[in-house]
Design a binder for this molecule. Sequence first.
Ligand code: SF4
Length: 142
Amino acid sequence: MRHMLSLPRRNPHLQATVDLSEQVATHGICVTSSDPDAWFPPEPSPRSQGASAKVIALRAQYEQIARELCGPCPVRAQCLELVLREEHHLSRSRISGIRGGKAPWQRYLMIYRRRRRASRNAARQARQSTARRSAMSSKAVV
Ligand code: SF4
């Protein structure tokens, strides 16, 4: 008699996140930097919703620092993907520092777009499944 092992199925999304994390921890420039605080410059008006010319200029400066610090990093794309996954459920006020070459507000915008896409996809799937169910039940009636 053949016995089936009931090992837990691997979650591909979780495994991909673990892989990204290992790559970033191994090759990230900031990990071995003598000045890791450089990735946490003071954020210009974090609470400000408005965009005065001064705030816009300070944000542009911050984004330039982010590009310069992370530009030469060999795992920048992996780092950005990892941080977008890690911060996916956070509010804007809990997102800080430079990661993946991006400022906090840039990452938040990317996360916001991902969330919107995900909720549109979920709504579309729900509509399709409702349509399938109603088509099946109308066939059953005929
Ligand atoms: S992309 Fe930037 S934040 Fe990410 S590991 Fe590289 S240096 Fe660090």
